[in-house]
Design a protein around this ligand. Structure first.
Ligand code: NAD
Ligand code: TYD
Length: 348
């Protein structure tokens, strides 16, 4: 028996593979990934020999029905966890269509094959990894609960909300055993440097400007990636069929606060005088920028006993230390494609 995990070469997918294979010595994972600009096999290079024996990597697209059928015919699949997605809001503003192809049609293609091989006696699980961004933006108070109406604003969040509705339709119509998780912003090792935290770490280490959108007072609710992986494991194993679970750590921070924390810790670690707040540059705001996200995680806590374990002060140091110890990883992902996107998004 194997779990089919998609998007394994990305940030959260790769962290999940390490977490799950280390925790469950009897489990196997088949990892499917298209290896887009965000997918990187180096992210999985720390698996040991024993773990490698329980992990099979397949390069491919979640839209490829024939490939998915082949995987199902050749393996006994006990469930699917779908991490595969186009995941960056700024890219979705420049080029929305690929977000619809991968995030919506790709999810539907996976569900189509999942349904074809579904066994009512085994009730295999389909877990869709979604995001709190489907709820839109909050004012200064309040939290997203599972009952908050969907109100996405960016092409990225609209595509994720659409995928969630397709998953719900497959549950409601065909009675499949599905769950959806909606997590807040993650941080940790292996995150691609287009996202706030690794971008700021990389730029600061290179004494480059730190581009803060608008006034920098937008708020995100940050969760250490391993805590997210633990929540996913619980929902995959014990989530009630058809339910949505919000995941978040009650750790709200303004973007500018995050940038200053990174500067302060990097100054301390590198004794680098050139890393200072003078590098901060307020740039043109993101179009349709959501002001505040914050999760109410009561349901997953009460039903499944999940609670975040990593305090932000500790998790952010662990994350920055990882980037300091893995400078080669960063150098390898800063490709021509990355620089081209950077120019397009931030100007010269
Ligand atoms: P990521 O961009 O780092 O990784 C995405 C992975 O999916 C990459 O390896 C990429 O190659 C792969 N992929 C893209 N299109 C594919 C396709 N058509 N077929 C197969 N593979 C494909 O993203 P991430 O940050 O690891 O996010 C993973 C999931 O978690 C996404 O669904 C995202 O919406 C969700 N999520 C992310 C966060 C966050 O803070 N990063 C928070 C909540 C939810
Ligand atoms: P990001 O990491 O892209 O995640 P998301 O948009 O999914 O929340 O951005 C986190 C926050 O940081 C968001 O409010 C946008 C802001 N941001 C900047 O101010 N500058 C940047 O260069 C980036 C990438 C993000």
């Amino acid at each position: 028996m194997s779990i089919l995990v998609t998007g394994v070469a990305g940030f959260i997918g790769s962290n999940f593979v390490y977490y799950y294979l280390r925790k469950h010595k009897d489990k196997k994972i088949i990892g499917l990934d298209k290896l887009t600009y965000a997918g990187n096999l180096d992210n999985l290079s720390k698996l040991n020999e024993e773990e490698k024996n329980r992990f099979t990597f397949i390069k491919g697209d979640i839209n490829d029905i024939e490939l998915l059928e082949k995987i199902y015919k050749e393996n006994e699949i006990e469930g699917i966890i779908n991490f595969a997605a186009e995941s960056h809001v700024d890219r979705s503003i420049h080029d929305p269509q690929i977000f619809l192809k991968t995030n919506i049609l790709g999810t539907q293609t996976l569900l189509h094959v999942f349904k074809k091989y579904y066994d009512e006696r085994k009730r295999q699980k389909f877990l869709q990894i979604s995001t709190d961004e489907v709820y839109g933006a909050l004012g200064p108070t309040g939290y997203f609960t599972e009952k908050t109406p969907l109100d996405p604003h960016s092409p990225y969040s609209a595509s994720k909300a659409s995928a969630d509705l397709i998953v719900k339709a497959y549950h409601d119509t065909y009675g499949l055993n599905t769950n959806i998780t909606r997590c807040s912003n993650n941080y940790g090792p292996y995150q691609f440097p287009e996202k706030l935290i690794p971008l700021m770490i990389n730029n600061a280490l290179n004494h480059k400007e730190l581009p803060v959108y608008g006034d920098g007072k937008q708020i995100r609710d940050w969760l250490y990636v391993e805590d997210h992986c633990k929540a996913i494991e619980l929902v995959f194993e014990k989530g009630r069929s058809g339910e949505v679970y919000n995941i978040g750590g009650h750790n709200e921070k303004e973007n500018i606060e995050i940038v200053k924390i990174i500067i302060e810790y990097l100054q301390e670690k590198t004794k680098g005088e050139k890393i200072n707040e003078g590098l901060i540059k307020h740039v043109k705001d993101r179009l349709g920028h959501d002001r505040r996200y914050a999760i109410d995680p009561t349901k997953i806590k009460e039903e499944l006993g999940w609670e975040p374990e990593t305090k932000f002060e500790e998790g952010i140091k662990r994350t920055i230390d990882w980037y300091l110890e893995n400078k080669e990883w960063m150098e390898k992902v800063i490709t021509g494609e990355y620089l081209e996107f950077y120019r397009r998004n931030y100007g010269s």
